[in-house]
Design a protein around this ligand. Structure first.
Ligand SMILES: CC(C)(COP(=O)(O)OP(=O)(O)OC[C@H]1O[C@@H](n2cnc3c(N)ncnc32)[C@H](O)[C@@H]1OP(=O)(O)O)[C@@H](O)C(=O)NCCC(=O)NCCS
Length: 209
């Protein structure tokens, strides 16, 4: 198995993988700052990511959602096989439905009926309650609370410590600010912050959401 990325998030994923008994053969990175991480070789990418991972099991261990999504799609297209890494101290209900290429960090809880898309990160101590539906490439950051039946669209990041009320629908490619309390639905491509969460202009857009 290959971990794609060798930054801070990859360190957390590698730690969980080793604890779960998965020994990655290498980490691949564009700009490695070390040649080994805990005895696992860190290799500089020399060509296409996809070519180096084709035919192998892989997990993209990169926090940025758009980068993670792009690499995931490229590598799957080239024949890579995405695998899940679940920290042994996470709780993933057997009655939740998970895609592939997912990382579930320590103390994360995923309750029954939840549906998790491909290439998602369920980060440290987050909770994803019953019947939540997460699209592909979603990042649920540390300490987030998703109450029951919340929907989160593809490529959305729910920032550290945010809470989302039951049944709220968050669109695709949104950024939910750290510590936000989301009490209303959020439209696609929105950035919302605060308690209760309200829209702010998306960086570079010059428009309010
Ligand atoms: C919401 C967020 C995505 C916005 O990022 P951004 O587009 O770069 O926004 P800026 O930092 O330029 O801030 C824009 C405004 O929103 C405010 N703001 C930003 N984040 C906020 C937050 N979480 N809560 C309240 N206000 C916030 C800023 O103070 C600023 O206000 P101002 O215009 O009055 O000065 C980001 O601040 C955030 O909270 N990210 C969470 C990241 C995270 O949890 N990562 C964990 C990785 S494991």
């Amino acid at each position: 198995m290959i971990l794609v990325g060798a930054g801070g998030h990859a360190k957390v994923v590698l730690d969980a993988a080793l604890l779960a008994g998965i020994g990655p053969e290498a980490l691949l990175d564009d700009n490695p700052t070390t040649s080994r991480l805990w005895d696992v070789p860190v290799i500089r990418r020399t060509g296409e990511w996809a070519a180096m991972v084709a035919g192998k099991e892989f997990l993209v261990a990169i926090g940025d959602d758009h980068t993670r999504a792009r690499l995931f799609e490229e590598i799957v297209k080239a024949g890579g096989r995405p695998v899940n890494v679940v920290h042994p101290r996470a709780w993933l209900s057997p009655r939740a439905l998970c895609g592939s290429g997912i990382f579930v960090a320590a103390s994360a809880v995923v309750n029954p009926g939840a549906v998790i898309g491909d290439n998602c990160i369920l980060n440290t101590s987050c909770s994803v309650d019953h019947d939540c539906v997460l699209g592909d490439h979603v990042h649920v950051c540390p300490g987030v609370r998703l109450a029951g039946q919340v929907k989160v669209g593809a490529l959305t990041m729910v920032g550290t410590g945010a809470s989302v009320l039951p049944g709220v629908r968050i669109g695709e490619d949104c950024r939910i600010g750290a510590g936000a309390a989301v009490i209303h639905d959020v439209a696609d491509h929105s950035v919302v912050v605060g308690v209760p969460a309200r829209g702010i202009p998306a960086a570079g857009s010059g428009t309010s959401v």
